[in-house]
Ligand binder design. Structure first.
Ligand code: FAD
Ligand code: NAI
Length: 465
């Protein structure tokens, strides 16, 4: 067998790559991970999941104080925003978590090769002019912002920004236009709306949050409107012109028609993300990407090139950190000669606004296409804990096969929907029937009881409605 420097080289230290590297090392392999950023953790820890949640959590406190939600509970305060301190606690969270990965690398003896990796052969990459070889190479290079043609992003200037810029605005914009009513637009739009910005979301499609259940998408529109966002659905942006410290955004109906100009101090471009493959020199190993720029893999994450695998945002599937992490574990297990499993049919998705929007499995529309279904729905308004907490918005929806009663999809809108969806995912992973959920004892008073009641509604009647 050829003599390699490492058993495995992982390119990219995001939730896919760093998890793959650690798991491979835990399984006794000699591992290196190449990362060009100054800190480990990838998009997720540096400019994605973690900093966005830090800003969402903090701005939620401000909003609850400012909008009367706290006063409703007898806590009367007049909040004063210290944006620098809010950014400070975000930076602290990022620093601690990225530093934590560095510590885990040392603990598990994963070598961090600092710099940009490019292929020079099927088993070799070049990093900062040095060549490194491995029996297996895992591409986990993630994704970056999809640009809007003709619109230049300048995060330093802070007028037209992407998600990275929108996490770090030095002041609350008076007006903000969000291009794209998907996950990033709604999460980061919510942050600045809560802190005082007038936010307008321009979405090409006729509803927000593509990919989610139609009922959930419709309800999302109502909820964000009620919270004070202006929604321009079925609308496209035809141009953005920056004039000093503000911008003029020209929009028109998606189907064509009269245009309108929106003035904004800040424009957030959040129309999706695309896989990072440029600069990897894939040509050197004859590896091509598909039409969407993704690297195609089989069930063991093997690409068409022997010895080269790929995981995370760079391969097809939802661009989510937990999906990348699970693929990271599985790919390491395959490389170590074990069986690595990821159930791609049951990857939960969560939008971390207030309330949260979460789902797993099939939408009602997709389930109907598959065959006859029964649907049980339960409103959060009738859930004692949500009602007590003054959180009336939302519902739980359980979709089950009409004949077998197998649960096919669960959708939740609730303050803690992201936590609730874990139980649904686990139940579905074990092949639960709606009856199984309905007859499982749920602690009272919890938001999770709404899942039980929605499951009861599939075949009969819930108690509290
Ligand atoms: P990444 O995290 O993108 O990591 C890839 C790493 O590879 C990067 O650090 C990059 O520098 C490095 N790299 C790339 N090319 C090379 C090279 N040639 N050489 C060396 N290094 C290289 N997902 C969730 O599940 N929950 C959330 O709440 C959530 N919030 C998000 C919020 C925002 C604002 C954004 C932008 C994304 C969010 N995501 C969230 C998505 C999540 O961040 C990604 O799905 C996840 O980070 C993908 O992991 P990955 O390991 O595939 O790639
Ligand atoms: P997205 O795909 O969620 O939403 C993009 C939206 O922009 C879509 O609704 C699309 O119809 C719309 N759009 C596209 N082109 C447009 C145009 N020209 N004009 C108006 N609207 C347009 O992408 P987003 O929000 O950028 O997020 C990227 C990825 O990051 C997502 O795939 C998501 O998985 C991940 N992410 C996950 C989070 C989470 O799990 N909570 C949080 C943030 C990001």
């Amino acid at each position: 067998m050829a003599d390699y420097d490492f058993d495995v080289i992982v390119i990219g230290a995001g939730p896919g790559g760093y998890v793959a590297a650690i798991r491979a090392a835990q399984l006794g392999l000699k591992v290196a991970c190449v990362e060009s950023r100054a800190t480990l953790g990838g998009t997720c820890l540096n400019v994605g999941c973690i900093p966005s949640k830090a800003m969402l959590h903090a701005s939620e406190y401000f909003d609850a104080a400012a909008n009367g939600a706290m006063a409703k509970m007898g806590v009367e305060v007049t909040p004063k925003l210290n944006l620098e301190a809010m950014h400070g606690q975000r930076r602290d969270a990022v620093k601690q978590l990225t530093g934590g990965i560095e510590m885990l690398f040392r603990k598990n003896k994963v070598t961090w090769l600092k710099g940009h990796a490019k292929f020079t052969g099927e088993h070799t990459v070049e990093v900062e002019g040095e060549s490194h070889s491995a029996r297996e190479i895992v591409i986990a290079t993630g994704s970056s912002v999809t640009p809007l043609p003709g619109v230049e992003i300048d995060n330093d200037k802070g007028v037209v920004v992407d998600s990275t810029g929108a996490l770090d605005l030095p002041a609350v914009p008076k007006t903000m236009v969000v291009i794209g009513g998907g996950v990033i637009g709604l999460e980061l739009g919510s942050v600045w709306r809560r802190l005082g910005a007038e936010v307008t979301v321009v979405e090409f499609l006729d509803q927000l949050l593509p990919g989610m259940d139609a009922d959930v998408r419709k309800e999302a529109g109502k909820i964000f409107k009620k919270q004070g966002m202006t929604l321009k659905l079925s609308t496209k942006v035809t141009g953005v012109e920056v004039k000093g410290k503000s911008a003029r955004v020209t929009v028109e109906p998606a189907a064509g028609g009269e245009s309108e100009v929106l003035e904004a101090d800040c424009v957030l471009v959040s129309i999706g993300r695309r896989p990072n493959t440029e600069g990897l020199n894939l040509e050197a190993i004859g590896l091509e990407t598909n039409q969407r720029g993704q690297i195609e893999v089989d069930g063991q994450f093997r690409t068409k090139v022997k010895g080269v695998r790929a995981i995370g945002d760079v391969v097809p599937g939802p661009m989510l950190a937990h999906k990348a992490e699970d693929e990271g574990i599985a790919v390491a297990e395959w490389i170590a000669g074990q069986i690595g499993i990821v159930n791609h049919n049951l990857i939960p998705g969560v939008v971390y606004t207030m309330p949260e929007f979460a789902g797993v499995g099939l939408t009602e529309e997709a389930a109907k296409e598959r065959g006859a279904i029964k649907v049980g729905k339960f409103p959060m308004l009738a859930n004692s804990r949500a009602k007590t907490n003054h959180e009336p918005d939302g519902f739980v929806k359980v979709i089950a096969d009409a004949e077998t009663d197998e649960v096919l999809g669960v959708w939740c809108i609730a303050s803690v929907a992201g936590t609730m969806i874990a139980q649904a995912t686990q139940a579905m992973e074990f092949g639960a029937l709606s009856e199984d959920i309905a007859y499982t004892c749920h602690a009272h008073p919890t938001h999770s009881e709404a899942i039980k009641e929605a499951a009861m509604a599939v075949r009969g009647k819930p108690i509290h409605m």
